[in-house]
Design a protein around this ligand. Structure first.
Ligand code: PMP
Length: 401
């Protein structure tokens, strides 16, 4: 029965992590992984998360009954408020609601299934480059017209707004446009507020549907309100849209799969219909969502003292990343490495598109045991004060070899 099943291609980021593990060189550095690391190079359980999970474990009133199909309500409400702002008109007018999903990936998948089945959408545009799973998810949801829009200007190592607008101008009305809410993965390059306004103008005129992928709220700048600026701007302008929220990075809850799909409508009258269809999609997929992670997020966001502690944690993570950006750039400048490296400090969030080409990446991996994606994307969290000199010197050698 199984003899003719072809082997699928490896997923680059996981293959690199395995290669890193198998490498016994003592100087090895993993810049490919998509997770936060401390100055000591270790995963970080946010202290507020640890404290909250201990409290939950000791709470005798909590049991393991199923959650509703669309998840824990105290969580979906808090998540929706976090992204839209507690004083959002869309929330006050009951035009916005959330359903719990299997982290950000699950939110995108449920959104794509709904858009295809209920709204008969089959055209999607994502940035070039983007998080590689966008394409896979939309193919699996039945989308047949998948396009990319220009985003990254490799020569100038900045956002190619002109190219982006020109490509979106060609998109047929009703196309789904995936937008990274902040900390664009993989480039780390976000539009400015003025540029977002231009993007919104075009999307409104062309009747394009915004699907915001929000995987880094608070983690990017340290300020959850600032990181949600683009989403709130679109909502204030009256767009109907989806936001796919992940709590993997900003709560460090990667494997617990805490996510939320926020729906913003023009009228509260469509809420029950949309909610019922999302329920059916989830029911047939995995029936009920997991409770562990969302109980933690719910407790923290809904308890003022814990929420304050969480804000300190996200400030801590984002400022360490900014410090690493500066150190890497300053090191490269001090070494006289050819080229301009300012983009490293102008980018935001966990990732940096370094602009290194594939040959240079190969030199870093093979000669220096520094693991990064072939596109030149690095995870800034893989850097710390002990290895940043080594990495900068290796980049210098790769660029000048
Ligand atoms: N979108 C983007 C842009 C991401 O970078 C990620 C995480 N790598 C996700 C969505 C989803 O992650 P998760 O399913 O772990 O929440």
């Amino acid at each position: 029965i199984f003899a003719n099943v072809p082997k699928g291609p490896a997923i680059e980021v996981f293959a690199l992590t395995q290669a890193f593990k198998d490498d016994d060189n003592t100087k090895k550095v993993n810049l490919s992984v998509g997770a936060y690391r401390t100055e000591e190079g270790q995963p970080w359980v946010l202290p507020v998360v640890r404290k909250t999970e201990v409290g939950i474990a000791q709470d005798e009133s909590i049991n393991h009954e199923y959650l509703p199909v669309t998840g824990l309500e105290t969580f979906t409400r808090a998540a929706t408020e976090l992204v839209l702002g507690a004083d959002s008109n869309a929330i006050k007018e009951k035009r916005a609601f959330g359903v719990q999903t299997i982290s950000g990936t699950g939110a995108i998948r449920v959104a794509a299934d709904f858009l295809h089945r209920q709204l008969k959408r089959s055209t999607v545009y994502y940035s070039n480059p983007t998080w590689e799973n966008h394409h896979k998810i939309f193919v699996d949801s039945g989308f047949t017209n998948l396009h990319s829009y220009r985003y990254w200007d490799q020569n100038n190592r900045q956002l190619d707004l002109e190219g982006m607008l020109a490509d979106l101008e060609q998109a047929p009305a009703e196309s789904v446009i995936i937008l990274h809410a902040c900390a664009h993965n993989p480039t780390g390059m976000d539009p400015t507020h003025e540029q977002w306004k231009e993007i919104a103008n075009l999307m409104e005129r062309k009747k394009l549907f915004p699907l915001f992928d929000s995987a880094y709220q608070g983690f990017a700048s340290g300020d959850p309100d600032l990181d949600a600026w683009a989403i709130r701007y679109f909502v204030d302008r009256g767009f109907e849209l989806f936001v796919c929220q992940s709590f993997a990075k900003n709560f460090g809850l990667y494997c617990e799969r805490a996510g939320n799909l926020t729906v913003v409508q023009q009228s509260s009258a469509t809420r029950d219909m949309i909610h019922s269809q999302l329920t059916l999609i989830i029911r047939a997929n995995y029936s009920n969502p997991p409770a562990y992670g969302v109980r933690i997020v719910s407790k923290v966001l809904n308890t003022p003292e814990l929420r304050k502690e969480w804000m300190e944690c996200i400030k801590n993570m984002s400022s360490r990343i900014r410090q690493m950006r500066k150190l890497l750039r300053d090191n490269l400048v001090a070494l006289g490495t050819p080229g301009n490296w300012d983009h490293i400090v102008n980018q935001i969030g966990m990732f940096s598109y370094t602009g290194l080409d594939q040959n240079q990446v190969n030199v870093l991996i093979k000669t220096y045991h520094i693991y990064l994606l072939k596109t030149g994307r690095i995870n800034m969290c893989g850097l710390n004060t002990s290895n940043v000199d080594y990495v900068a010197k290796a980049i210098h050698a790769a660029v000048t070899s």
